[in-house]
Design a protein around this ligand. Structure first.
Ligand code: AMP
Ligand code: ZN
Length: 466
């Protein structure tokens, strides 16, 4: 059984889904105002390993991820994400495009990298701008139950009305006003915007009519509205980066549970940051790498995936090219070994058990990698190793089956004339005409091909030209 650290209880708990065998899971996706970096993707890779671990053990997972294409203001996730400029509109001004064009462009770039990294495709990438009505409806429900109030820049949620507000968060006080003006009309520092009014003097690219006036939704409301629409008012797992634990996720909980009186998500999973030289990798610090930057240097996405596996998801991970090289070397060693193996029907059960034990222990991926290497080095038949390795890779997602099929399974392109000689040689051997068989083998050799007899039949190799 899977045991998972739940940020809400701050304990490792048994994972028991609401409905046996079925899991509803939501991950907060990117704000699509610029390129996602490999730190962001560490968070999505953590969610991916969790989904794959559940699926490999027979769970049916419904997975939803949002794309924030409106409403995320320039404040950070530790408190002032409701203030400042709209990230999308700011980026649009900078690039001389509309916010809609920015959203399209960076969403596509994100989806391309997501695919390259072999991350499990959600049932839906839910865009905030496709769900404005759902967000307005949710704010209306909150208004009816008395949780909202208006200021001159928007409709706010009154956090003082929620007894357990901020249960998830470790912040005593938000860093309100750290970078921008404090909204003096806010009743409590941690109150947050549900709906923001468009400024009177400027025309925004993205704005909608609402019962409270023309404007746009606050950042937090989209996740509550979309998660509840697709997963129900109460579901199993909500995931995201560690910073979201402080403000975004407590706000999602507050506004959802205020209307439903049900536990919004049972388990909260937060992935630790990727660092560079000890500092958080971030867009604003300019210390970030994209998948593109790694590809340009000759790495491929599976090297990065291997690197991610080397640290437990709740531990910070320092990115270095030396570590990425080590990951690449290890993966290449593994690939070179396995292409020589032929898969057998059964696997190395004992190692598979240990492998899932490691993952079921709060997704201990580094331990699962160690089990995999123990198996690869063990004195057991190669065919069994390959069988289990490919099963393990259903969780690791390193694309080993595709690699195997591409490299080991690819027949050598043999010309018809050579093929005919090979068949004649096989026939001669069958008839025990060994001299004739050797003669034919030499003929084949002269044409540039080598025949090797193995336990499983013959292997044809092209002789490298000098
Ligand atoms: P953003 O696009 O800034 O909203 O971030 C998207 C996701 O990536 C969020 O879940 C963040 O918590 C996460 N994230 C941001 N920076 C990092 C980092 N350096 N390492 C891991 N995850 C991060
Ligand atoms: Zn969210």
């Amino acid at each position: 059984m899977l045991k998972l650290y739940n940020s809400l209880s701050r304990k490792i708990e048994d994972f028991i889904p609401k409905v046996e065998g079925k899991v509803g899971m939501y991950t907060c996706g990117p704000t699509v105002y610029s390129f996602a970096h490999i730190g962001n993707f560490r968070t999505y890779a953590t969610a991916d390993i969790l989904i794959r671990t559940l699926k490999a053990q027979g769970m049916d997972v419904t997975y939803i991820m949002n794309l924030t294409d409106v409403g995320h203001l320039t404040g950070d996730n530790e408190g002032d994400a409701d203030t400042g400029e709209d990230r999308m509109e700011k980026s649009a001004t900078k690039e001389g495009k509309t916010a809609w064009e920015i959203a399209d462009f960076y969403s596509q770039a994100f989806l391309d990298d997501f695919k390259k990294l072999n991350l499990t495709t959600p049932k839906l990438f839910a865009k905030a701008t496709d769900h404005i009505q759902e967000q307005v409806d949710l704010v209306k429900r909150l208004e009816e139950t008395g949780y909202t109030y208006a200021t001159n820049d928007g409709i706010y949620f009154d956090t003082s009305l929620v007894k357990k507000y901020g249960e998830l968060s470790d912040l005593d006080q938000i860093k309100e006003g750290a970078r921008v003006e404090v909204n003096v009309q806010k009743r409590n520092p941690r109150d947050f915007a549900l709906w923001k009014f468009s400024p009177q003097d400027t025309k925004r690219h993205m704005e909608w009519e609402s019962p409270w006036g023309v404007g746009f939704p606050g950042w937090h409301i989209e996740c509550s509205a979309m998660a509840m629409k697709y997963l129900g008012e109460s579901f199993d797992i909500h995931a995201g980066g560690i910073d979201l634990k402080e403000t975004h996720h407590p706000n999602e909980i507050a506004q959802s549970e205020a209307v439903t009186h049900k536990t919004f998500s049972k388990y909260w999973v937060h992935s630790a940051f990727m660092l560079v030289a000890g500092e958080r990798m971030s867009k604003s610090k300019g210390n970030n790498y994209r998948l593109y930057d790694l590809e340009k240097e000759g790495y491929n996405p599976s090297h990065l995936r291997y690197l991610y596996l080397n640290a437990h998801y709740r531990q910070e991970m320092n990115f270095t090219f030396a570590a990425l090289d080590a990951g690449r070397n290890a993966l290449e060693r593994l690939q070179n070994m396995m292409v020589k193996w032929q898969e057998s029907e059964k696997g190395a059960t004992e190692y598979e058990e240990k492998f899932f034990e490691a993952l079921n222990d709060d997704l201990n991926a580094p331990q699962a990698v160690a089990v995999m290497w123990d198996m690869v080095k063990a004195d057991i038949p190669d065919g069994e190793k390959l069988h289990s390795l490919l099963k393990m890779d259903e969780v690791f997602g390193l694309g080993l089956r595709e690699y195997y099929e591409k490299v080991a399974g690819k027949p050598v392109d043999v010309p018809a004339e050579v093929q005919e000689l090979i068949e004649m040689r096989q026939m001669a051997r069958k008839n025990k005409q060994y001299i004739q068989a050797d003669h034919l083998r030499n003929k084949v050799k002269k044409l540039g091909f080598d025949i090797q007899d193995t336990e499983k039949g013959i292997e044809i190799k092209k002789i490298a030209s000098e």
